[in-house]
Design a protein around this ligand. Sequence first.
Ligand code: GUN
Ligand code: ZN
Length: 442
Amino acid sequence: MSLKAFRGAFLDFIDDPFYVSEAESVRYFADGLLVLEDGKVKALGAYDSLQESYADIPVITYPDMLIMPGLIDTHIHFPQTEMIASYGEQLLEWLSKYTFPTEGKFKDKAYAQEIASFFLDELLKHGTTTALVFAAVYPESVDAFFEEASRRHLRMIAGKVLMDRNAPAFLVDTPETAYTESKQLIQKWHKHDRLLYAITPRFAVTSSDKQLQLAGQLLAEFPDVYMHTHLSENVKEVALVAELFPDSDGYLDVYDRAGLVGDKSVFAHGVQLTDAEFQRLSKARSAIAFCPTSNLFLGSGLFKLKQAKSVEYPVKVGFGTDVGGGTSFSMLQTSSEAYKVTQLRGQKLSAFQALFLATLGGAKALSLEETLGNFDPGKEADFIVVNPRATPLMARRNPTPIADSLEALADQMFATMILGDDRAIHATYIMGELAHGQSGVV
Ligand code: GUN
Ligand code: ZN
C-alpha cells in the first residue's frame, strides 16, 4: 500500500453546471489536500480537516497553483498531427487534399510509432490525460498507438478507421477486412491495461452500407466497446450522404439502421443536426464531441450547444479538439473557441460549464464517470496542476493566485481558459505519478 498526498487549491465538479447551480456542481478548496493510495483517490478535503488523519505521509505542495482532474478530449486524430493548420479548404476538399495523403503514411509502423509518441507528449503537455482517438485504416497504426499509450499507463480509447469507398485505393479496406481486423484488435487491446477499443467507421461517405452493417454486427458482439464516427459536420457532406443513402431518413438514420447508435456511441461534430436527430441521440444516450476549433477552422458552422444541453432532450456532450481539423491540442483553447461559438449564437458559456465539459462532462460522454473525471474516492488519479498566472499577461489579469470565493474563481478560470494554453499546464500526473512538467515542493 502506497499513500501520498498533494496540497494546493483544488477544483472539480460533482454535478453538471448546465442543469444545477454552481454551488451544487462546483467543488473548490482554496487550501486542500488530495490523498492517493496506489494511484487512486483516497480522500479530498480542506487541508485543515484532513491533515491530522494523514500526518505521517509525504505531502507534495504546489503553492499558488490550482489542481484539477486531467482534461478529456473526446475526439482527436493521432495521424493528423503533422497536417494541423492546412490552408484553404472545407471538409470534403480538405480530406482529399491533405488528410488522405497524410494518413497513407501510417502503413509504416515505425513512422506511426514516432508520431504516436510525439502525439502523446503533446496531449500530456496540454494537460489531456484521456482521449478518444482515431488511428488510421492500417491495424499497424492502432498497434503503434496502443503500445505507446500502454507504456505510459494512459487511459486511452482508439480504433482502426473503417473506410471502403470514396477514398484513394491505398487507404481503403473492405467490409470483411474491416470486420476481421477490428475484431482482432478488440481481442488484443480492449481492457489491456487502461486501454479501451472503439469501432471507428470514418463517416457515412467513406463506408458502404455493407461495411456499416458489419460494424454494427461487431458492436453487437462486443457491446462494451465504443463506436466512434463523424456526423453532420458540413452542409455539403450532409447532402452527399443523402445522395449515397437515398433510402435513409437522414444522416443519423444511416448509422441507426446499422445498429451503430447506442450508449457507447460518440459522434464528432453534429453541427448540422435536425431537431429530430438531437431527440434520437438523447433517447439513445449517445454522445456528441463538440469541436469548436475545427468547426470554425473548416468553416463547418456553429454547434447548437444549448440545444444539446436542453432539459427535455439532454444529449451527453464532451469537447473534442479534432486535431488536425482542429487547430490546437489545448482544451483551454478549445474552451475559449467554444465560448466564442456560443457568443455568435447569442448565448453564454461560463468557465465552470466549459471546465465541466473538459473533465466530468467528457468522462460522462465516454461512460467513464465511475472511473475518472473528478476527485471522488476510488477514481484514477490523473490530474493537472494549472498555473493561472503562467504568462506575464495572465499574471496581470489574475493578480490574486488563489481565489477566495466561487465568484472570484469563476473570473480567474474564465481568464485562464481564454488566455491559457500549454503554458498554463504546470504539471500533469498519471495515476499519481508525474508524467509532464514541474514537480512540487516536498
Ligand atoms: N469527416 C470524415 N473524416 C474526417 C476527418 O478526418 N476530420 C474531420 N473533421 N471530419 C471528418
Ligand atoms: Zn474528426
